[in-house]
Structure formats: C-alpha cells, structure tokens
Ligand binder design. Structure first.
Ligand code: CP3
Length: 343
C-alpha cells in the first residue's frame, strides 16, 4: 500500500487529503524545547543526528501526521559554502555577507558542501529506518533566491532590499551566487534522496518580492534547473516547490518548473487555487497559521472550507506558512481531527 502523501503527489485525488505542517517540529511543542535545551542551541540541534531525529519524530508521535520533514534549516547550505552562520536568540539568523565579487570568490565549490552537511544525511538515514510505514519522509532545501537574500543581507529583511540592490548594481555577481546555490542545492537534495528522503521540497519564502522578468529568472529558472537535475538522477522522487506569495505567479508554476506539487500560502483563496493551479497538478496548503493560535469554530470551518474547495483534485493539507511558537498544540489536534472526520 503506497503511502497517502506519495499517492497525492502521484496525482491521485484521495477522499481525505494527507496532512503535515510546516515547522511541525518547533517551539510550540514542549518536547521540542526540552530536546533543544539538551542540544544547547539551534545549530547544534541541526547537526546532531540523534537529537535531530528525535525532534523530527516528536510531532509524528503526538499527532500522527502523514509526513515527517527532516529537521534542519535552509541556512545550512550557506554555511557549507563557507559563510559564517549563527542565531541570535529572539532575533533570528545572522551570516557573514556576500556583497562583492571578492566575497563571492571566497565561497567553496558546490561539490564541497557534503563535508559540512554529512550529519544531516545521517539524520535522514536514521529517519528512513525509524518512521511508521505509512509516514513519508520529506527532505528540503531553500530555493536559491531565498537563500541568497539571507547571504547578501547577513540576516532576514522585510523587503529583501540588499539582495535587490546587488541584483541591480552587480548583476554578474548576483547571478553567479544564484548559480552556485542552484548547484549546491542539487548536490544537497540528491544526497538527501540517496540517504532515504522520499520527497523533496524547495522553500522559496521570498519569491513574492520578485516581479515580472525577475520572477521568471530567479524563482522559476532555478527551480526548473533543480527539478530537471533531480529528475535525471532520481526520476521517481517527487518535488514540491513553494514560491511563497507568488500570487498570479502560481499559475503555470507546475509546467514551468516540472514540479510535481506546488505549495501555496494563505494569501490566495483555496477556491482560486482549485480553479487556476490545481488543474495542473497536486497542490499543498493553505490554512492560515494564525488558526493554530486562535482555534475554535473559525479553525473548524476553515479546515472544512479548504478541504472541500480542493477536493476535486490532488491535495496535501498544510498551513500557508510555518506554525508559530505561540500556537496551541490542541489546535493542531483539532485541525487533524476535523480534516479526517467523515465528510
Ligand atoms: O518545517 C520543519 O519543521 C522542518 C525544519 C525547518 C526549519 N526551518 C527549522 C527551524 C525548515 C523547513 C525551515 C525552513 C526555513 N528556515 C525557512 C523557509 C521557510 C520559512 O519559514 O519561510 C527559512 C526562511 C529559514 C531561516 C530561519 N530559520 C529563520 C528566519 C529562523 C528564525 C525565525 C524563527 O522562527 O525563530 C530560523 C530558525 C528555525 N528554523 C527554527 C526552527 C524550528 C526556530 C529555531 C529555534 O528553535 O529557536
């Protein structure tokens, strides 16, 4: 019996869509906080295969999701390329910056990322042997544009201003960085697949700030290159893309990139997605994360509305973005129970 998540990714319309949740291993769970404290800090957790395996499994045990997502971070790839990376508690990531050709020239070749990332592959191997048989294992990486926005600014930015500035002022260096990240991402995701990942997802959290030709060149083209390279090496492994806040850009994204599934955020209506995106293939999403904080009748009716709107085609139920630390685990259980109720 094929796992439900893999059936949806193969294009089947299931009576109850499979469900998992972005950031399902995270600070809203007391057991996550305990394991993170044991690791000492976030990066030590990412690079400790035993503890990273444990936090990946915690939401599976507690809630019975249909998929586990490898516990790691999109910013491990810049670190593997030679950038300094650290996390400031309460503020987020900090990196050494890439703002000139000289900075770019100090980065390592894409083929060298495996040395740093080897513990992540060990986590994948552990998970492949530890998951219940019906639960699928998802690997992931950041998309080149989103990762570049952090590498150029050295931190998260509200408008990705520094990355847009480098693109305008030194396009050759900007494009060299996108190309290096594209190659590194192919290396990284291939290695995750070889270690046992059954699906891979590309997170392009800041795709929505790319407009017009820039969206085609820096969101669509890198995703297409990554999907093509992965399909050449691992034709049976489905790829999910998440060009967050792409809006109209979601239309045609399956065909333009070759992705098996397009994940959508909650700025688009499920009914619109059913009409304009789902005819091209499987979609994932798109409950607003705030319902995991507020719960109640609004949560129940939104879960039913999204499930029903997308019931005519392949669908993986998820949030529109990651669950937040102030969420109530009881609301996660209510979301799953509502989704799986007899409809
Ligand atoms: O989804 C999962 O559960 C798998 C693990 C995962 C994490 N980060 C763990 C994490 C995944 C898939 C990511 C992706 C990621 N990381 C993205 C893309 C998705 C998105 O949310 O837009 C981005 C932009 C990052 C970079 C990053 N990592 C930021 C900006 C932060 C700080 C913000 C925050 O929430 O604190 C992180 C830290 C991070 N990554 C945490 C987790 C569980 C919190 C760290 C902690 O425990 O303190």
């Amino acid at each position: 019996m094929t796992k439900p998540l893999l059936r949806s990714l193969a294009g089947e319309t299931l009576p109850v869509p499979p469900i998992w949740m972005m950031r399902q291993a995270g600070r809203y769970l007391p057991e996550y906080k305990a394991t993170r404290a044991e690791a000492g800090d976030f990066l030590s957790l990412c690079y400790n295969p035993d503890l990273a395996t444990e936090v990946t499994l915690q939401p599976i045990r507690r809630f019975g999701f249909d998929a586990a997502i490898l516990f790691a971070d999109i910013l491990l790839v810049p670190q593997a390329l030679g950038a300094d990376l650290w996390f400031v508690t309460g503020e987020g990531p900090r990196l050494s910056t890439v703002t000139s050709r000289a900075d770019f020239d100090r980065l390592k070749p894409a083929a060298d990322v495996h040395e740093t990332l080897a513990p992540v592959y060990q986590t994948v191997r552990n998970l492949a042997g530890a998951l219940p048989p019906e639960v699928a294992l998802i690997g992931f990486a950041g998309a080149p544009w989103t990762v570049a926005t952090y590498m150029i600014a050295g931190q998260g930015t509200p408008d990705q201003g520094p990355a847009h500035a480098l693109k305008a002022e030194d396009r050759a260096t900007f494009e060299a960085l996108i190309d290096r990240l594209t190659e590194a991402t192919i290396e990284y995701l291939s290695a995750q697949i070889e270690a046992g990942a059954e699906v891979v997802k590309l997170f392009d959290s800041w795709a929505g700030s790319l407009r017009g030709e820039d969206f085609a060149r820096y969101a669509v083209a890198p995703a297409k290159a990554i999907v093509a390279a992965l399909k050449a090496r691992h034709p049976d492994v489905p790829v999910v893309t998440f060009p967050r806040e792409a809006g109209e850009g979601y239309i045609g994204f399956h065909a333009a990139t070759g992705a098996d599934c397009v994940a959508v955020d909650d700025s688009v209506d499920a009914e619109w997605v059913a009409d304009h995106v789902q005819p091209a293939g499987c979609v994932q999403g798109n409950l607003a994360s705030r319902h995991m904080v507020s719960g109640g009748e609004a949560l129940v009716s939104e879960v039913r509305r999204i499930r029903d709107a997308l019931s005519g085609g392949p669908h993986i139920f998820n949030l529109g973005h990651g669950i937040t630390p102030d969420a109530d685990p009881g609301n996660v259980a209510l979301m799953i129970e509502t989704l799986r109720e007899a409809s």
